[in-house]
Write a protein that binds this ligand. Structure first.
Ligand SMILES: [Mg+2]
Length: 160
C-alpha cells in the first residue's frame, strides 16, 4: 500500500516549494501534464505554472514533462515551458520514467514526480524509486465515469 501513498500532497503545482525541494536534495523534476499543468484536454497553462517552471529552471532544477497523452499538445506545452517531453508514457509502466531520468541526468532519489493521479504518477514513480508529490486535479475528470454511471442508471431504470 506504500506504493499508493505520495510523499507529499499539494493543491496545485505552483504551491510546491522549490526551497523545500532543494533542501531535500531534489535536483530533477518530472511533471505530469493533464490536470497538473493544464486542465484536462485544455491547451492553456494553469495560473502560476509558467512562472513556477521558469523559477525552477533558473534555480538549476532539471525538468521534464511526462504524459500518457499522445497528442501534439504535449510537445506544444513542453515548448511553451522550455522543457523536454516524454509523451505516450503508459504510466505507471517504468519505461517513460526511465527515459525521463536519462533526460534529467539525475539519480532516482534526487528526482521527484509531481502529478494528480495515484495509479499513474505516484505508483509509477514509486516503482522506479523516485519521490512523489500528489496534486489535486485541476478539473475533476470523471466525465467518462459519469457517463458510465448514467448509462447504468438508465439501464437499471429500464430506459435504454
Ligand atoms: Mg494527470
Amino acid at each position: 500500500m506504500e506504493r499508493f501513498r505520495a510523499d507529499q500532497h499539494v493543491d496545485t503545482l505552483p504551491e510546491v516549494s522549490l526551497d523545500a525541494l532543494a533542501r531535500a536534495g531534489i535536483r530533477g523534476i518530472v511533471v505530469d501534464l493533464d490536470n497538473t499543468v493544464c486542465a484536462y484536454h485544455r491547451p492553456e497553462l494553469a495560473p502560476g505554472v509558467a512562472e513556477w517552471v521558469a523559477a525552477a529552471r533558473d534555480r538549476g532544477f532539471a525538468l521534464v514533462l511526462v504524459s500518457n497523452n499522445f497528442s501534439e499538445r504535449v510537445a506544444l506545452v513542453g515548448a511553451q515551458l522550455g522543457i523536454p517531453v516524454v509523451p505516450n508514457a503508459l504510466k505507471p509502466l517504468p519505461f517513460a520514467f526511465l527515459r525521463a531520468l536519462k533526460l534529467l541526468r539525475t539519480p532516482r532519489r534526487a528526482t521527484v514526480v509531481i502529478g494528480d493521479q495515484l495509479f499513474t504518477d505516484v505508483l509509477g514513480a514509486k516503482l522506479v524509486g523516485c519521490r512523489t508529490i500528489l496534486t489535486t486535479p485541476l478539473v475533476a475528470h470523471d466525465f467518462p465515469l459519469t457517463r458510465v454511471l448514467r448509462f447504468l442508471e438508465r439501464t437499471l431504470a429500464g430506459r435504454t
